[in-house]
Design a protein. Structure first.
Lengths: 162, 162
DNA sequence: ACAACTGATACTATATTGATATCAATTAAG
DNA sequence: CTTAATTGATATCAATATAGTATCAGTTGT
């Protein structure tokens, strides 16, 4: 179960970069090279964010992209909804069906409660918050405290995180 | 963002049915027809659950499937992991990469915290709990209290939920 | 004029999801 | 013992989603 797809991932990181260079236009090329993303793919992501008024652009030489909103107003939940669609349990609700049996709905009731929790949590995480954590020099490597520890992610001698 | 795929959905509902007819073997055909699932597809799902020792089967006439565990020991989280893979943020961790910049990991840190919450919540929802809710005659229709309200899901006159 | 940009599409490749089909092996019932 | 109802195990297919590439027209600073 993939929580964030590439598009969402790239979108967040692009926004973080725009937030870091606040007030200046940053080109897709600059973002793509610095963040190691496929250029054309990223451009599609940026255009989508323009359509949703999260960023604005300037064409031509010295053009690029800039945040259109307060970073605190841009939440990960919104980004997920833009690039991965609304968080939903399954599809039956969206097909004008009347549920055929009681059990489905007992399930739904539970899952919708969880949906609320997830929504709430993702809502909390905004570009602004992430930027402040960045600025405070927070964790370079995640704590990996939940058993998802990959088998070889220790920093090698001499590897420096920029 | 689809929280439950068809496989997980069918698995849960099949387990609920097995839990309701505790002690007896229930055939795939019976489940498929009563729950309106594609027969062969459901069979694949059941086989997967056998491999994970959630259920047992009996071949031949009067054969079928039966729970192999206490319903309270079967959580939705486990089912999601079986049919949709482990809940993960994005893929970079699983490719032996050293992250290229700090921002990705700030993000990861936040998301992993959310992952914990989600895990915990899904862990809580077990087949046993759902069965008790069913038995208590809980909500036939979900409360739809979070704005996900579909445009026409009101019960028509005379429609009876079994 | 020109190079550095974005806007807008069209396209391809791959992976995932959802579903179907087939055949062998097992078993209860007649 | 035969047969029908069933699971076990695969193989295959179609639809959709995800990831990425390519192209060309329009804009703008130098
Ligand atoms: S609303 Fe679809 S199962 Fe109840
Ligand atoms: S671990 Fe992959 S970005 Fe930090």
């Amino acid at each position: 179960m993939k929580v964030l797809t590439k598009k969402t991932d790239y979108a967040i990181r692009a926004l973080l970069m725009l937030g870091a260079k606040k007030g200046a236009y940053v080109s897709a090329k600059a973002i793509a090279s610095e963040q190691d993303m496929p250029y054309q793919f990223l451009r599609g992501v940026l255009q989508e964010m323009i359509r949703h008024h999260l960023i604005v652009s300037k064409e031509g030489v010295q053009g690029g992209f800039m945040l259109a909103k307060d970073p605190d107003e841009i939440g990960v939940r919104q980004l997920i909804e833009i690039f991965q669609g609304k968080v939903q349990v399954s599809e039956c609700m969206f097909r004008r069906q009347i549920c055929a049996n009681r059990s489905r709905c007992v399930l739904r009731h539970e899952i919708m409660r969880i949906e609320q929790v997830v929504h709430h949590e993702f809502e909390q995480v905004t570009i602004g918050k992430l930027l402040r954590k960045l600025h405070a020099g927070a964790n370079m490597m995640p704590s990996l405290r939940d058993g998802e520890k990959p088998d070889s992610l220790k920093l090698k001698e001499g590897v420096v995180l920029q």
